[in-house]
Write a protein of this length. Structure first.
Length: 216
């Protein structure tokens, strides 16, 4: 799932991006409303996390413009304003949901998951992964994965055709505080391949691994 994060506070943007990527989301960031609209008309995203108070063009204006041109994207408005009138303004402008600063990151993640619900299912050929139910299926047949195997597969499927180093996989699947050996990645990839099929995850010698969107 691809998320556009429009936030002008550099520290807040960095923190949110880290948390979202740990959940397996692909995150692109911008710092103002003009940049947000520029990228939205060129690239598709599943969700935009839209800060209300941004330079050049505020979040409410961006929200209205997104709805005016009928972009198929979920909008989560983020603001320091906390009155019901402000919340109503955001929702009337076209936001799907609303969260007020300061907020708990766990609440943000729950809101995101509720917004995407079961609409969003990752697929690669006959393989599918449902982030809501955490079900992985091969041609409709469920595959039993451990939590680590599921998280690893989810990260691969969110980063199709991108070569991922072992260090990247450790940081995003095991966590940045993990201090074990990078060879654990090889072990888990080997186990995952046995369950989903050897053809899905390719080894890039000396670099890492890649899941390709099409294969023989």
């Amino acid at each position: 799932m691809e998320i556009l994060l429009a936030e002008d506070d550099l520290q807040m943007k960095k923190i949110i991006k880290i948390y979202l990527e740990k959940e397996g989301y692909v995150v692109t960031t911008v710092s103002n409303g003009v940049e947000a609209m520029d990228i939205l008309v060129k690239k598709e995203f599943d969700l935009i996390i839209l800060d209300w108070m941004m330079p050049k063009k505020d979040g409410v204006t961006v929200c209205k413009e997104i709805r005016q041109i009928n972009l198929p994207i979920k909008i989560l408005m983020v603001t320091a304003k906390n009155s019901s009138v402000d919340e109503l303004r955001g929702l009337v402008a076209g936001a799907d949901d609303y969260i007020t600063k300061p907020f708990d990151m766990a609440i943000l993640l729950v809101k995101i998951k509720k917004m995407i619900k079961s609409e969003y299912v990752l697929t690669v050929n006959n393989l599918s992964l449902n982030p809501t139910t955490r079900e992985v299926k091969d041609s409709g047949v469920c595959i039993d994965l451990t939590k680590r195997e599921y998280d690893l597969l989810s990260y691969f499927m969110c980063n199709l055709n991108i070569v991922l180093t072992r260090e990247q996989l450790l940081d995003n699947v095991w966590g940045m505080n993990y201090e074990g050996d990078t060879r654990t990645v090889d072990t888990h990839v080997k186990r995952l391949r046995k369950k989903i099929g050897e053809q899905f995850i390719m080894t890039k010698i000396g670099v890492g691994y890649v899941m390709e969107s099409s294969h023989e």
